[in-house]
Write a protein that binds this ligand. Structure first.
Ligand SMILES: [Zn+2]
Length: 449
């Protein structure tokens, strides 16, 4: 903890000094040759770079500046002891519902969604992908009221339904599923929209999937499918073997609701066929889409998920799903390695949405970093159907850094004991590394991606 020896500016002083203070900080940075933040002694798991071992990680100006077996503590403006902890790229939750705030009842473009910041940083998630809450008709509202105002990095899949997930009345309307305007929307916001979603369809037609793929082709982005009702007219084998393109994503892959597992307990051969063709398989746990028997059968058959995601919404947040970390811990309980579970929550989802600047800690990468404890003990995990699986490991988030700035700190590991401070201590932290107490706020709260 090297920064407490430096002169501390109170928040008021910093604001009063305005740009001059930040200019000073910038100059000091260049002169002192120090990194803003140095995480020392943790076990880094960075699957993209094939790293699983003790490494120090240094951050400067929101980017990863250096990763090495040992970086001297003197090179860090802020040094955080991470001995005994795991360090990973900020987690990416590939399937959430965060279009809250419209007050629409029974709607994922409303009351069924959650504002993300209270569900992300405290479990190590720095990026979420909203899975189709909005379509081309209401995306601008979503962007203005949630995406631009949240601290969490929010990417989105545009629903092929123009009205998005506003409920059955809207989502079953074939004539509101249009590739043209959906692709136009995606091209208008390439920094946010990373794919097209089709979901919840209850009819026998292939049109929702076909139209979504058409939009995906036009905008050169993947399609994620929630395959809706299980109907003999559109079997899973045809979806995975013919309709989806390589790079498209099948979510709710361990739900068991659409014959992912056959009656005899074997994995549907169509799943293997889809994977061979390059279709990705995403967990999307949710309130009804993760079943122990299906997940266990798939893992036993050598069919792990490509990505682990929550399908976070009001119906899953306090049920078996709970959080990204609870969902990841479930795969530890089923025998997956920690390295694999981290890969399925960082680099793999980044690749699926073609956002390869995320999900790793290469030099120069965005410094989204999560720090975990792997707790050992007697734990239990619950699926979407209310069945339990015992486990003896549970991931717990210690700290989360977004763009190199502290966003969550469970045990105050970045903080000083108050007894060591002046009796009349002021606001702690420093804008160089602290995004909680020293966040720069602009008038409208608008943020860039
Ligand atoms: Zn969903």
């Amino acid at each position: 903890m090297s920064d407490h020896k430096r002169p501390l500016f109170s928040r008021r002083e910093l604001f009063a000094a305005g740009a001059a203070a930040f200019a000073f900080a910038g100059t000091g940075r260049a002169q002192d040759g120090q990194y803003d933040l140095l995480l020392k002694g943790g076990h880094l798991i960075d699957p993209k770079n094939g790293i699983s071992g003790v490494r120090d990680v240094a951050v400067l100006d929101g980017k990863v500046a250096e990763v090495a077996e040992s970086i001297p503590a003197s090179k860090g403006f802020k040094v955080v002891d991470c001995k005994g902890l795991y360090i990973t790229p900020g987690l990416i939750d590939l399937h959430v519902h965060v279009f809250a705030g419209t007050n629409e009842r029974g709607s994922y473009a409303g009351d069924n969604s959650l504002y993300p910041d209270g569900y992300t940083f405290r479990v190590g998630v720095t990026t979420v992908v909203d899975a189709g809450c909005a379509g081309w008709r209401n995306f601008d509202v979503f962007k203005d009221t949630v995406i631009d105002r949240s601290q969490t990095r929010i990417l989105a899949l545009a629903n092929i339904v123009g009205n998005g997930m506003r409920g059955g009345r809207y989502e079953q309307q074939l004539d509101d599923m249009k590739a043209g305007p959906t692709a136009e929307l995606a091209k208008k916001y390439p920094e946010i929209i990373v794919g097209v979603k089709t979901a919840h369809y209850g009819g026998p037609e292939w049109q929702p999937v076909e139209e979504a793929v058409k939009a995906g082709e036009a905008a050169d982005i993947p399609v994620m499918v929630d395959f809706g009702s299980n109907l003999p007219e559109r079997p899973l084998e045809v979806l995975l073997g013919e309709k989806l393109r390589p790079g498209d994503i099948y979510t709710h892959c361990f739900a068991g609701n659409r014959r992912e597992m056959l009656e005899d307990g074997s994995v549907n051969p169509g799943m293997f066929e889809g994977r061979k063709r390059g279709v990705y398989f995403d967990v999307g746990h949710g309130g009804g889409s993760f079943k122990w028997s299906v997940a266990a059968a798939c893992l036993k058959a050598g069919f792990p998920p490509d990505s682990i995601s929550t399908d976070l919404h009001i119906g899953s947040m306090n049920s078996g799903m709970q959080s990204q970390l609870n969902t990841m811990s479930k795969f530890l309980a089923l025998g997956q390695s920690l390295d694999d579970v981290i890969k399925e929550s960082t680099w793999n989802p980044a690749k699926e949405i073609k956002r390869e600047e995320l999900g790793h800690l290469s030099k120069g990468a965005i410094a989204d970093i999560s720090v975990f404890t792997l707790r050992k003990g007697d734990f239990g995990f619950v699926d979407s159907f209310g069945a339990r699986q015992k486990g003896n490991e549970m991931l717990e988030c210690e700290m989360t850094f977004k763009d190199g700035k502290l966003a969550f700190d469970l045990n105050g590991r970045t903080r000083q004991n108050w007894q060591e401070l002046d009796l009349h201590y002021g606001r702690q932290g420093d804008p160089r590394w602290d995004g909680i107490l020293n966040r720069q706020r602009s008038g409208g709260g608008r943020r860039r991606r």
